[in-house]
Design a protein around this ligand. Structure first.
Ligand SMILES: [Zn+2]
Length: 142
């Protein structure tokens, strides 16, 4: 069950799915401005876990005014559910920064994929809404 526990493209010859493939898929379906998918993709039970890092030398954005602000400290690493893939749960791991905005003080940086403290990513929310609508439509009485 270590399909995704790979560090580089050289692992491809072993018949395992390389991290690069997962990163390529994510970069194509959900690129995140200011952030990169990290070098760790691993399988934990039925979850594909992908770490996210902010781009080097990038400043975190204030969630209120979206101004790049100096870093203050970092929070604990958190998980965010993304759209499932091939029957596997997909989770992002990210350690958010707190920034010191000149106007709004010390705040947790803006995360494009998350809404406040929600552990569900925006794409996964849309995915759920889409299927909820379809199911309720199909289940509606004639
Ligand atoms: Zn601000």
């Amino acid at each position: 069950m270590s399909l995704f526990v790979l560090r580089d493209k050289h692992s491809f010859s072993s018949g395992r799915m390389p991290t690069m493939l997962i990163k390529t898929l994510l970069n194509q379906c959900y690129p995140i401005k200011g952030f990169v998918y990290g070098d760790q993709v691993r399988l934990e039970g039925k979850s594909v876990v992908v770490n996210i890092q902010h781009r080097k030398n990038s400043r975190g954005l204030c969630p209120q005014c979206r101004e790049p602000s100096p870093g203050y400290d970092r929070l604990k690493e958190r998980r965010y559910r993304f759209v499932p893939l091939w029957g596997y749960l997909v989770e992002f791991l990210y350690t958010a920064r707190r920034v010191q905005c000149p106007r709004h003080g010390i705040v947790v940086e803006f995360l494009p994929w998350a809404d406040g403290k929600s552990p569900i990513t925006q794409p996964f929310k849309l995915f759920l809404v889409h299927w909820a609508k379809r199911l309720s439509w199909k289940g509606a009485p004639p």
